[in-house]
Design a protein around this ligand. Structure first.
Ligand SMILES: NC(=O)c1ccc[n+]([C@@H]2O[C@H](COP(=O)([O-])OP(=O)(O)OC[C@H]3O[C@@H](n4cnc5c(N)ncnc54)[C@H](OP(=O)(O)O)[C@@H]3O)[C@@H](O)[C@H]2O)c1
Ligand SMILES: [Zn+2]
Length: 322
């Protein structure tokens, strides 16, 4: 029996457990992927802490920013070959076991081919953090030259800054503290707003207000505080998962014909991942990453939760246990 290392969570609120699991075999229509790299997304909190998502069950191996190599094909799989590098994203790691493991199984229809010029460790975060922000921004209604603010400079936010800049928006980064200012500017932010020393809405209104504010911070107050910084017809686009209610009175929306919209890329069709990767290669957008071996998941996860990762933690796999 061949075994693999994996990180699993056995119950909501449980620990990450390093376990040996049997290397799974692909059934009809499935492939086995030898995982090369898997990003650690704030969305993994859903599995770690437990939350409502159809199909989430335990024990579960998290991880949904995966790049690996096809190692075995189930019957009936067409269009893919053993040895090809592929990407897998959400709902892997949520509704079925994901990439915090040396191997994983997925249905072939979930795969995206990874072009040769994309390194797997840099490429993995594009499968969720990249996809989500690229897809939200391209559907935001903002046009080149518009003021677009990215709130929260984390895994999603630091990619969003790059996409916004490359899409031709006047790009504003909003962060707590000044620590990330230099990096945010290097990534394409023309203006950096430190919410600890300035009132973000005032700064945005000096620019005429933001056409779009993409909020990536998983905090309700951070979102509520920004609504008045929108321009006429401005829109808050929410990608962050927040448990507490957002506070807004209708006057704030009526005053500027403003709106709020949630964004999740699963409704954007099968090409959204490929489009994200193509645009990232075309415009040279890449995540800034820190790599960790699978065994250091606790450290990587804590660092992410404390907004200390610069800017995406990526787990890399050692040789498979025989
Ligand atoms: N909609 C989707 O499809 C989708 C996809 C992926 C992730 N998500 C969600 O998007 C959110 C961000 O994910 P991520 O992986 O980018 O997380 P992350 O790396 O932890 O980054 C979040 C950033 O938000 C800011 N932040 C954190 N706590 C805050 C607080 N209490 N108040 C104000 N700002 C705070 C921090 O930026 P600063 O240090 O700059 O302030 C932090 O770096 C999560 O809620 C995740 O579940 C949604
Ligand atoms: Zn994610």
């Amino acid at each position: 029996m061949k075994l693999m290392k994996a990180i699993q969570v056995t119950a909501p609120g449980g620990k990450f457990e390093l376990v040996q699991r049997e290397i799974p075999e692909p059934a009809e229509g499935q492939v086995r992927v030898k995982v090369l790299a898997c990003g650690v997304c704030h969305g993994d909190v859903l599995v770690k802490n437990g939350g409502h998502y159809p199909g989430l069950a335990y024990p579960r191996i998290p991880g949904h920013e995966i790049i690996g190599v096809i190692e075995n094909l189930g019957t009936g799989v067409t269009g893919y070959e053993i040895g090809q590098r592929v990407g897998v994203g959400w709902p892997a790691g949520i509704t079925y076991d994901g990439g915090f493991a040396e191997y994983m199984i997925t249905v072939a229809t979930e795969l995206t081919l990874i072009p040769e010029e994309l390194n797997e460790i840099e490429g993995a975060p594009l499968l969720c953090a990249g996809l989500t922000t690229f897809d939200a921004l391209r559907n935001s209604g903002a046009r080149p030259g518009d003021v677009v603010a990215i709130q929260g400079v984390g895994g999603l936010g630091h990619l969003a800054i790059q996409y916004a800049y490359k899409m031709g928006f006047k790009t504003i980064a909003i962060s707590r503290g000044s620590e990330k200012q230099e990096l945010a500017k290097r990534l394409g932010a023309q203006i950096f707003i430190d919410t600890e020393s300035t009132e973000a809405t005032n700064e945005l209104l000096k620019l005429g207000g933001a056409k779009v504010i993409l909020v990536t911070a998983p905090n309700n107050k951070a979102i509520s505080d920004l609504i008045n910084g929108l321009s006429i017809d401005g829109k808050i686009m929410i990608v962050a998962g927040v448990d507490e209610p957002i506070s807004v009175v209708t006057g704030q929306l009526l005053a500027g014909r403003r709106s709020m919209q949630g964004w999740i890329p699963i409704y954007s069709g099968p090409n959204a991942k490929k489009d994200t990767i193509d645009f990232s290669l075309l415009t040279n957008v890449r995540p800034l990453i820190e790599t960790f071996p699978l065994e250091q998941i606790d450290f990587a996860f804590e660092k992410m939760l404390n907004a200390k990762v610069r800017f995406r933690a990526v787990l890399t796999m050692g040789e498979a246990t025989k």
